[in-house]
Design a protein around this ligand. Structure first.
Ligand SMILES: C[S@@+](CC[C@H](N)C(=O)[O-])C[C@H]1O[C@@H](n2cnc3c(N)ncnc32)[C@H](O)[C@@H]1O
Length: 253
């Protein structure tokens, strides 16, 4: 690789990040009188590491997704929730408004974990933990192999685990299988999980961290070792936002 190519590879993500940060400022200005954006501004604006979200869209999508999880019986007020691949905590908004007892975010980006713990400090029942495993896109300098990841929680700790747009970055099926198994371990018997994937078909299998795609039957085999599949949705096209959504239950006995 030439020196120019190397400079380009460094400059592109930096330029994308600056553009995203500018979009966040613009969105805040446009929605400055929107009560929900004002309510959550402190946690949605200011994060500069990892997965940066646009405030007005983040509030709306978080509420919509939490409502969908509740409507399908996965989560309710009083539950302890684990968000695997939590980013800057977008998903916490709808869940906190619903009245969950505790929200724990797990992520590989140290800056996201530090930010989340500072930004949600006033919420009390929220905290973020670092899982220092490697991911080519999000944590290339991680110290542990992700296929040996151990979530830092005892068995049967949570009622519900959400992992939105996480498996779409896990690179290899053995990493995904490990995360499914760890999720099952830390859930209480009868607990629920939500995971989203890019599956093949209709996508082409891909082990890149930007868009990881696994064979549909391998995803199901890994999941059915630990969960009952209660519902699936979407994932029928190759559109970037069309992820295969799985609503899962850990058997009670
Ligand atoms: C597209 S973002 C989704 C963030 C969040 N779930 C949401 O829906 O807003 C993917 C997240 O997964 C995290 N991530 C990537 N690889 C991971 C891994 N091996 N273990 C845990 N988190 C990981 C990234 O740091 C990033 O925050």
């Amino acid at each position: 690789m030439s020196q120019l190519d190397r400079r380009h590879r460094r400059a592109l993500p930096a330029a994308r990040r600056l553009a995203k940060l500018a979009l966040v400022r613009w969105d805040l200005l446009r929605h400055r009188n929107d009560p929900s954006v004002r309510r959550w501004k402190g946690v949605l604006a200011g994060a500069s590491a990892g997965h940066i979200v646009v405030p007005s869209r983040a509030v709306a999508s978080s509420r919509e997704e939490a409502g969908d999880f509740a409507a399908h019986g996965l989560v309710k007020a009083g539950h302890r929730v684990l968000d695997v691949g939590a980013g800057n905590g977008r998903q916490a908004i709808g869940l906190l408004e619903m009245g969950v007892a505790e929200y724990v975010g797990l992520d590989v980006v140290p800056g996201s974990v530090e930010w989340g713990n500072r930004a949600f400090a006033g919420e009390g029942k929220v905290h973020f933990d670092l899982l220092d495993v490697t991911n080519a896109m999000y944590n290339p300098k991680g110290t542990q192999p992700p296929e040996q990841a151990v979530f830092p929680y005892p068995d049967a700790s949570f009622d519900f685990s959400v992992a939105g747009s996480l498996y779409t970055h896990l690179e290899r099926m053995e990493v995904a299988a490990r995360y499914v198994a760890e999720t099952a371990r830390v859930l209480k018997p009868g607990g629920a999980a939500y995971m989203s994937f890019f599956a093949s078909p209709p996508n082409a299998v891909n082990s890149g961290a930007v868009r990881s795609v696994f064979p549909r039957e391998e995803i199901l085999a890994a999941i059915e070792e630990h969960f009952v599949v209660e519902r699936t949705a979407n994932g029928t096209t190759t559109d970037f936002h069309d992820q295969w959504r799985l609503y899962l239950r850990k058997p009670a006995g």
